[in-house]
Design a protein around this ligand. Structure first.
Ligand code: MD3
Ligand code: FE
Length: 203
């Protein structure tokens, strides 16, 4: 079912159904080509969340800044393609949420282990903020922090579980957001991990 979180932000609970779980194996083929890595922020801190990408461009950070790169800096080769079944899922979710014709060109894959977190931030390295970001939560449940237009707006806590898809568009596109430290647990498909896919129009 569908819940409006805020203007432009729609939660689709359980949008990834059990019959689509086989399709998720495509993530493993991406990770085989472009392994998860913990990147360094411009401030010199190593992120606790491990990341990789697929698509025409991938989000990267290092001491020189945040950006989208057409190649994986670990190998200097192009990122793997976005698996078609996963891109379809994101396009269908965007359409249900009121964004027809969504054409993501990038997918950031985040891997959380117990204790890892993502501090409050905005996603603003993309060229065009009119396209939504579609996020797919897999594995262990997490508490998502959904703030406002400024860092000081007190964030709401939104529980996100395996199979939940959120479409962040319109006025929510530039909201501050983050993820609380992951609680320990075990998930039948992913074990002690949460994997989050964020589809983006980056270029
Ligand atoms: C709201 N990832 O990769 S997904 C990120 O669960 C990121 O891994 C989190 O924030 C995660 O940048 C949250 C949900 C999300 C993604 C992008 C957004 C929410 C957003 C952009 C604008 C507003
Ligand atoms: Fe983000």
């Amino acid at each position: 079912h569908r819940e409006a979180l805020a203007p432009g932000a729609v939660v689709l609970r359980g949008f990834v159904n059990e019959s689509e779980e086989n399709d998720l194996r495509a993530i493993e083929s991406v990770v085989a080509e472009a392994p998860f890595r913990r990147m360094v922020t411009p401030g010199g801190f190593r992120m606790s969340v491990a990341m990789t990408n697929c698509g025409q461009a991938g989000w990267v950070t290092d001491l020189t800044g945040y950006r989208y790169s057409p190649t994986d800096p670990e190998t200097d080769r192009p990122w793997p393609r976005i698996p078609a079944l996963l891109a379809d899922l994101a396009v269908r979710a965007a359409a249900v949420a009121g964004f027809p014709g969504y054409a993501p060109d990038s997918c950031l894959i985040n891997c959380y282990e117990p204790g890892t977190r993502l501090s409050l931030h905005q996603d603003r390295n993309e060229r065009d903020f009119s396209a939504p970001i579609v996020s797919v939560s897999l594995g262990l449940p997490a508490t998502f922090l959904f703030g406002g237009a400024t860092r000081s707006d007190r964030p709401r806590r939104v529980p996100l579980d395996h199979g939940d898809v959120v479409v962040w568009g319109g006025p929510s596109r530039l909201a501050f957001h983050g993820v609380l430290p992951l609680d320990d647990g075990h998930h039948r498909l992913l074990g002690r991990r949460r994997v989050n896919l964020t589809f983006r129009r980056a270029l």
